[in-house]
Structures are given as structure tokens and as C-alpha cells.
Write a protein that binds this ligand. Structure first.
Ligand code: SF4
Length: 725
């Protein structure tokens, strides 16, 4: 039975709906764990509260904003400093915590006066800061404090301040996820459109759902800068209050964590016509794909390729070193939600690891659709897992490493299992090419560190009387403890170096056996001559040239520029992109590899055989899309349908050499996704080059129907038709 009832859950059989083990041939229309529902009494949840989702995850990251928590001081502490999201202005947001510090008398007589006093006090303490967010918590919401009128009063009195209120007490939803939602919708409704940013580039984006964990944002910002792309707003890593008010001026929303910020991306699409391209910027392959999509959208593919080539040259050999040592290692990912689907293929494809169990704290069914589509058979998927279930899973899968937060991390450490902080990271950033190497290094260090092995031994058992300190307390003599210390220190000192030069610790070397690390590493770094290797990789599938010529036409720099300067991006774009219409060139290019007449031979002729041949190819393409693409799994059915039709419609045109007309920004986003998909299809499926255009179209049409079936018509996702985000 794919929905699994663990032994530890016999007294709470409802947990069976939340745990799934994937079996051969199954898809998410048959089994999908229940998610984003109330925690079952008797199951000790790892979740955070809704206020925490709004403050800790999203608002609290902003670098220029006072975050005032209206409630008892504990709510403030709960969301302070527990994540590491630095900023480039001295980490103002990490240094302070602000609270109205409710006491019993305020609960009895009301806390509004106290709040007003606290707001004014905070502004007075930080005279340079003019922006603030005020959050309600359980106590202040329960007594009915009305914070908006208080905030209005202060704004009028002070004149030069702007305050955003987040009314999302801890009990507002089943987990922190509700806080993400309330923040997103509140912000787009009240604040977006109230500030006009300065436009400095013809290419403008918002980066959505990235919180600069240990510098992730800085990595992305570097890539965008090299490509000449202006980030109007970063929601919310290293972001500012006013930049987020100007989100309506971007041409594209690049969405990373769709769980915490997909809502605002969807609203920006609906209200302002700004399209959304979803990327996974963790992992080598995914990062390349993300940059290529952005480059294709703007018609600057060559810039994306240049960044990729430069980064790959720097980091590929280092990643390869770790891959050799991490291949085959079994890993569990027990994080919030999105990292399950961001990381599973990246770890498997980039490093040859095997993801054997995944647990999500606050993911929705949409997240499980994504990760189950990407995951392997036999993998365990858990929603809102509890401690006893974790113990049982560990026995079942016997992993080499757990990627999880510090709370569960402390638990597995007691079992002498290595863990790497999957929330705040050990030594990030983990994003981008350098991040992939950092993450591999931390995993390698965790798995191969002798600490876990040493921790299993009760050293006292080996200590002879002569060796002991003689007072019967079992403590070691100086010499024994020095031995142990040196063992521990040895790899620790090496552990810091591997990113620069991945020569492993001595103890590690013996485990890795074959490869004689130092030399091997050296030879690898020299041998593959990164720059060339990279070049040849990029050239092989010939995406650079092909892409360049096509997209240069529909979206030249100047055109884009004028667009940005004017308002109402969607429509204006339409007319502009229509003109250059790269259709003919596109056509000729795609026709070349697959001339109709040559094609006839390999494809079966009788109708029945053709039908089954098309059916088989449909399965292959669908499976690839399910694994690689995210556009089919956006939050709501209307969006999924639009994306499936849009991307596959463009893909059919590119594949068959038909005219591609890009009428607006939304079309351009479809084109970018379609272009990457076609590159993938042509690389992976040789049979495509033997098909004629009619057959290619038949396959993609059939894929379209199948995806609509899986992602919409037969989807078990109960949230698909929600009217709200
Ligand atoms: S908002 Fe409520 S649930 Fe959250 S920390 Fe405060 S009291 Fe606890």
C-alpha cells in the first residue's frame, strides 16, 4: 500500500494520509500526501506558527526596516537571529529585535496605547530609519487590538514614515505557510505600485522567494549584474522596503521559492501582466538552466552563456572531486517544503547521491506534486513528520546524511548520524555554482568526518586503570584525551580548506581508498582544462548560436528599454515584440535537422502502430517534463492550463520551424521555457530528428493532454481551484 502507516503511528492512524512511498508506474493522480492541513493531535509537529512565517521568513529579512512585534517579548525572540540572512549594509536587520512587550495589564486593558508608544520610541531610537512593519501575535489578536488605526495615527503625526501592518497571529493558519500568504497578498495589495524605482537597464526583473541565506542572494546578484540585468526588487533577500513597493516595474518575475512567494508572483502576473519564470538555482545543471531561461527571455543568451562558462570553468573540477566521493551516498531531506524539489534532482544529477526520504514541514500538495514527479521509486515522502516517524525512517533507509534544521539535526546527531543544516546552511552560500560546491563540501565533511564514528564509542571502556585519572569518574587522562582531540582537530582544519583546494583529510583519505586524493585532485583540475571542457559542453548541443539568433530578434535591448520607461509593460511589449517576429529564421533552423521526407522510414506506418508509437514517445516526453519543469505545477488550475498550452504551443512551433510570434511579456516567458525544453528534447530523444512535423506536433499535442490530465483534471491537489492565493 503506497500510503504508509508507520508502526509508531498505530495510535494515530490518520497519519497514514500524510506518508507515501512511491512505487513503479505511479503518478500523483493516484497518490498524493495530505498537506497544509491541521496537525493531528498526538503527533508532535515541527512546524512554526503563522506569525513566524510572515516575520522570520519574509519581512524580517529586509535590511532597512524596523520589525516591531506587537505581543509578549517571547514572540519576538522566537523569530530573531534564528536564520542567517546577511545584508550589504552591516546587517542592521540581524542586530536588533523590537517588541511592544505586552504584559498582563495590557492584555486586560488593551495594548493599543502601548503599541503607539513603542512605534514612536523605535523611530526615535533609529532616526535614519523611516520604514517599519508591525506584526500582530496571538495575544494581541485575541484581545482585538486594532493596529491599523494606530499605525495611521503615527504616520500622520510623524509625516515621513511608512508602515506596513501584518495581521497574522500564530493561530491564523496551520503552519508558517499562512504567514507567507498573508504577507504576500497584503504587500501586493497595499504597497506595490506606490513607489517608482529608477530604471537603469533595459532588462529588469524581480527576484522572488530568495532570502539571502548566508549570501545566496549575493551570488544571484553577481550573475545578474554580469548579464546587465537590473533587479528592481529582491523579495526579500538583501531587499529594501521601497524597492518592494516598485515591483510593478519589472518585466519578469524570477521565482525561486514558489511556496513562500508564489502568491505575489501570481498576483503580479494577474494584476500587472508580469510573467513568472520558475528557476531552481541550487545545483549546477539547474543553475545553468535558470540563467539560460532568463537570457532567452531578454534575448541576451550569449551573456548567460558567458556567465555559465566562466562559473563552470571555476567550479566544475571541484564539484567533480566531491562527486566522486559522494556518489551513492544516501541522503534524507527534511526541510520546510520547497527544498525537497529544489534539491532532490540536483543532488542526484550533480553528485550521484540517492535521496531516500523527504519530509516537509509546511509544504502544500503542490510541493508534493513537484517532488514526487522528480523523485525515485521507493523514496519516502512525509508531510509534517514527527520525531518518532523520523526514528522509524532512519531504521528503514539507513542514510549516510540528513539535510535538515538544527532541531531535528540535534536529534539525529544523538544517533551519530551526520547532518547538514538545510535551513540556515553550515557554511554557505549554497546557491549557484560556487554554492553547489560549498554544499557538496559540507556534505562531504559531515559524512567523512571521524566525529560521528568517535561519538559511537564509549571511550571509557578502553581506558585502563593505569590510564584513568584514578578518581573513578571515568574521565580520561590527559594523554588519552589529547589523542581523541587530535583526531577530531585533524579533519576539522582540513574541512575549511576543501573549497579552495579539495585535498581531503588524512583519515578521510583512507576511507575513500582508491583515488589517492591529492594527486587525483590535481590531475583532475589540470586534465579537464575547465575552460575548454565548458566550451565544448555549451557548443555540443549548439544552444548558444541557435538561441542567440532567435531571441535576439524578438527582444533586442533597445526595444526593451523603451518598454521599461513606459508604464503598462504587458501590452506595450506586445506590439514591439511582434515587429521583429523571428519566425522565418526560426523555421529554417528547425527544419534543417528534420526534413520531412527523410523522416518517413523509421516511424511505423500502419495507423495502429503509429498511434502506439506516438503514445510511447508521449510517455517519454511527459516524464521528462515532469522531472525537469515547474510551470505545469503552478498553484492554481487556470495558471497551469495557461502554462501547459503556452509552453507546449511555443515548443511545437520551435520544433517544427513555424513562425513564433511573441505578442507580450507572457509569451516571451513561454518562449524561454519552451526553448529550454526543446533543447532538452533534442538532446535526449534521437527519435525526434526522424519524425516529420506532423508527428512532432502529434506527440506534443498528446503530451499537452496528458499533462492537463495529471496536473489539472485528475489532480488530487485540493487547492487547485481556490479563489484566493
Ligand atoms: S504568535 Fe503565538 S504561536 Fe507564534 S510565537 Fe507568539 S504566542 Fe507563539
Amino acid at each position: 500500500m503506497p500510503m504508509k502507516l508507520f508502526k509508531c503511528d498505530e495510535t494515530i492512524p490518520e497519519r497514514q494520509k500524510h506518508i507515501y512511498i512511491k512505487e513503479k508506474g505511479e503518478d500523483t493522480t493516484q497518490f498524493l500526501p495530505s498537506a497544509n492541513v491541521e496537525t493531528i493531535p498526538g503527533s508532535l509537529s515541527e512546524r512554526g506558527c503563522s506569525y513566524c512565517g510572515a516575520k522570520l521568513v519574509i519581512g524580517g529579512v529586509l535590511k532597512d526596516t524596523i520589525q516591531l512585534i506587537h505581543g509578549p517579548v517571547g514572540c519576538s525572540y522566537d523569530t530573531w537571529h534564528t536564520k542567517r540572512y546577511p545584508s550589504d549594509n552591516g546587517n542592521f536587520q540581524l542586530k536588533y529585535a523590537w517588541s511592544s512587550d505586552m504584559k498582563e495589564q495590557h492584555i486586560v486593558f488593551g495594548g493599543e496605547k502601548l503599541l503607539k508608544k513603542a512605534i514612536k520610541e523605535a523611530f526615535a531610537e533609529f532616526p535614519d530609519i523611516k520604514r517599519m512593519m508591525v506584526y500582530t501575535t496571538c495575544s494581541t489578536a485575541l484581545i482585538g487590538d486594532d493596529i491599523k488605526p494606530v499605525v495611521k495615527e503615527v504616520e500622520q503625526e510623524l509625516g515621513d514614515v511608512d508602515i506596513f501592518t501584518v495581521e497574522c497571529p500564530g493561530f491564523a493558519g496551520v503552519s508558517q505557510s499562512k504567514g507567507h500568504h498573508v504577507f504576500n497578498i497584503g504587500w501586493v495589495t497595499e504597497k506595490v505600485g506606490t513607489f517608482e524605482p529608477e530604471i537603469t537597464s533595459p532588462y529588469t526583473i524581480n527576484v522572488i522567494g530568495d532570502y539571502n541565506i548566508q549570501g545566496d542572494t549575493f551570488v544571484l546578484e553577481k550573475y545578474m549584474e554580469k548579464m546587465g540585468i537590473q533587479i528592481i526588487a529582491h523579495f526579500t533577500g538583501n531587499g529594501t522596503y521601497d524597492s518592494l513597493r516598485g515591483m510593478h516595474r519589472a518585466q519578469l518575475n524570477v521565482t525561486n521559492c514558489a511556496r513562500s512567494a508564489g502568491y505575489i508572483a501570481n498576483e503580479l502576473k494577474k494584476r500587472y501582466g508580469i510573467p513568472r519564470i520558475d528557476v531552481d538555482t541550487w545545483g549546477f545543471d539547474y543553475c545553468k538552466e535558470g540563467l539560460r531561461k532568463i537570457g532567452t527571455f531578454f534575448g541576451i543568451e550569449e551573456r548567460a552563456e558567458a556567465v555559465i562558462a566562466e562559473e563552470v570553468a571555476k567550479y566544475e573540477s571541484k564539484l567533480a572531486w566531491y562527486k566522486e566521493r559522494l556518489t551513492g551516498k544516501k541522503v534524507c531531506i527534511w526541510t520546510g517544503g520547497p527544498r525537497l524539489w529544489h534539491w532532490t534532482k540536483a543532488l542526484e544529477d550533480d553528485l550521484g547521491m540517492k535521496v531516500v526520504a523527504m519530509s516537509s514541514k509546511f509544504g502544500h500538495q503542490e510541493d508534493f506534486e513537484k517532488v514526487i514527479a522528480r523523485g525515485d521509486e521507493g523514496t519516502i515522502y512525509i508531510d509534517d513528520g514527527n520525531e518518532l516517524e523520523f526514528f522509524e525512517v532512519l531504521e528503514m533507509v539507513n542514510p549516510d546524511l540528513i539535510l535538515t534544521g538544527p532541531r531535528v539535526g540535534a536529534l539525529v546527531k544523538k544517533l551519530h548520524l551526520p547532518y547538514v543544516n538545510g535551513h540556515g546552511y553550515h557554511n554557505g552560500p549554497y546557491m549557484g555554482f560556487e554554492g553547489a560546491v560549498n554544499m557538496a563540501r559540507d556534505m562531504y565533511n559531515a559524512i567523512y568526518s571521524p566525529l560521528m564514528r568517535l561519538a559511537k564509542d564509549d571511550i571509557r571502556e578502553d581506558v585502563s586503570v593505569a590510564n584513568s585519572n584514578g578518581n573513578g569518574n571515568g574521565k580520561l587522562t590527559k594523554s588519552t584525551s589529547t589523542d581523541a582531540t587530535s583526531l577530531i582537530q585533524q579533519p576539522a582544519s582540513k574541512a575549511t580548506s576543501p573549497v579552495q583546494q579539495p585535498a581531503p583529510a588524512k583519515e578521510t583519505t583512507s576511507k575513500v581508498e582508491q583515488p589517492a586524493p591529492a594527486k587525483e585532485t590535481t590531475s583532475k583540475v589540470q586534465q579537464p582544462a575547465p575552460a575548454k571542457e565548458t566550451t565544448s559542453k555549451v557548443e555540443q548541443p549548439a544552444p548558444a548560436k541557435e538561441t542567440t539568433s532567435k531571441v535576439q530578434q524578438p527582444a533586442p535591448a533597445k526595444e526593451t528599454t523603451s518598454k521599461v520607461e513606459q508604464p503598462a509593460p504587458a501590452k506595450e511589449t506586445t506590439s514591439k515584440v511582434q515587429q521583429p517576429a523571428p519566425a522565418k529564421e526560426t523555421t529554417s533552423k528547425v527544419e534543417q535537422p528534420a526534413p520531412a521526407k527523410e523522416t518517413v522510414l523509421p516511424v511505423p506506418q500502419p495507423a495502429k502502430e503509429i498511434a502506439s508509437y506516438i503514445q510511447e514517445r508521449t510517455e517519454e516526453v511527459t516524464s521528462l517534463i515532469q522531472q525537469r519543469c515547474l510551470w505545469q505545477f503552478h498553484s492554481r488550475s487556470w495558471d497551469r492550463e495557461e502554462n501547459i498550452n503556452g509552453v507546449l504551443g511555443q515548443a511545437a512551433k520551435i520544433l517544427t520551424g513555424e513562425q513564433v510570434v511573441l505578442e507580450n511579456l507572457i509569451d516571451r516567458a513561454f518562449y524561454a521555457d519552451a526553448k529550454l525544453l526543446v533543447n532538452d528534447l533534442e538532446k535526449k530523444f534521437q527519435w525526434l530528428s526522424k519524425m516529420d512535423n506532423v508527428q512532432k506536433k502529434a506527440v506534443l499535442e498528446s503530451v499537452k493532454h496528458k499533462l492537463i490530465d495529471i496536473a489539472i483534471t485528475k489532480s488530487l491537489n485540493g487547492e487547485l481551484h481556490h479563489s484566493i492565493y
